[in-house]
Design a protein around this ligand. Structure first.
Ligand code: PEP
Ligand code: MN
Length: 346
């Protein structure tokens, strides 16, 4: 249920409503917009409580919320959420491009890539230190050394970093290096991990699971928000279908769906969404046209030598080309690309 307060209701009236709800053992979520104040109620309400609350001064109306996800819903929180990382804002007018290699392989590979993607206009550097791997025989990342290289390159180049964490014990370690935690598709329903990154209060990007419905994905997001961490964004990275031509089927329609039902920023990952480098640009353009707040793209100095995901990685040249194609598409939908921030906290 959500309680919509009257325009101009006082702080005292709002506090009284919250007090009554919490006295009944339920939790509340306050959303104060420019025009309306909304109090979301978490938990099972009952008729007597609803009757009493409806009569309180300042209350306009009570609206039942039928969807199982609450904190990430537009009903609970009508205004867009923005995630702030150093000088970069995700979820506003500007579209944020996160780019870098699938896996951190060496200092030279990461440094070269960071410089190239920054020069082309990327605002966040991606790179995996802990890599989920379908096969135990594939490259599984440099681990702590990978995090150290990310931090070093961040200092040298000045781009905030996003990196994946896969287990509870990696969270504390990665927190001292990363600016954004990535929760990968394979861990979308690792509920303990979701709660752990939620507790840190640091920005998180939650990828859609390999075969997750939009509702399952939003319920996973709910675990992070329920820990009090509002710095959350979602990432569509393709889903498993019967089609084998592409690695996954990029669900472009998920982008406007998320925008409609949730206040969280939505990022598109056309690299994992397609698995083929020549499909990355068309899907990135489509995602921006569909309303994505950002894109995540894999870039490598030599994709044919990449230890991971080479087939879907862009060269520096094709990344620059993509960036120049993205600008007019962003402008056509009333957006623009974010520019790299000047200052980055070490
Ligand atoms: C990645 O970003 O490199 C990755 C492993 O992504 P996903 O979890 O979407 O497969
Ligand atoms: Mn990858």
């Amino acid at each position: 249920m959500i309680i919509v307060m009257k325009v101009g209701s006082s702080d005292g009236e709002i506090t009284e409503v919250i007090k009554r709800i919490e006295a009944a053992g339920l939790r509340t979520h306050l959303s104060q917009g420019v025009e309306r104040t909304i109090i979301g109620v978490l938990g099972q309400t009952f008729p007597e409580l609803r009757d009493r609350v409806e009569m309180l001064p300042g209350v306009d109306e009570l609206i039942p919320v039928s969807k199982p996800y609450k904190l990430c819903s537009r009903e609970f929180h009508p205004q867009d959420t923005t995630v702030k990382v150093d000088g970069v804002t995700i979820g506003g007018k500007e579209i944020v491009v996160m780019a870098g290699p699938c896996a951190v392989e060496s200092e030279q590979q990461l440094l070269e890539t960071a410089k190239a993607v920054k020069a082309a206009g990327a605002t966040i550097l991606r790179g995996g230190a802990f890599k989920p791997s379908t096969s135990p025989y594939s490259f599984r990342g440099l681990g702590k050394r990978g995090l150290e290289l990310l931090a070093q390159v961040k200092r040298e180049v000045g781009l905030p970093i996003i990196t994946e964490v896969m287990s509870l014990d990696e969270v504390e370690l990665a927190a001292s290096y990363a600016d954004i935690f990535q929760i990968g598709a394979r861990n979308m329903q690792n509920f303990d991990l979701l709660e752990e990154v939620g507790k840190t209060g640091k920005p998180v990007m939650l990828k859609r699971g390999l075969a997750a419905t939009v509702q399952e994905w939003l319920l996973a997001a709910e675990y992070i928000l329920a820990q009090g961490n509002q710095q959350l964004m979602l990432c569509e990275r393709g889903i498993r279908t019967f089609e084998t031509y592409t690695r996954n089927t990029m669900d472009i329609s998920a982008i406007p769906i998320i925008e409609k039902v949730s206040h969280l920023p939505i990022i598109a990952d056309p690299s994992h969404g397609t698995g083929k480098w020549y499909l990355v640009a068309p899907m990135a353009l489509a995602a921006v046209a569909a309303g994505a707040d950002g894109i995540l793209v894999e870039v490598h100095p030599n994709p044919d030598l990449a230890l991971k995901d080479g087939a879907q990685s862009l060269t520096f040249d094709s990344f620059r080309q993509l960036m120049s194609q993205l600008r007019p598409v962003a402008a056509a939908v009333g957006r623009c690309l974010a520019t790299p921030s000047v200052e980055v906290k070490p």
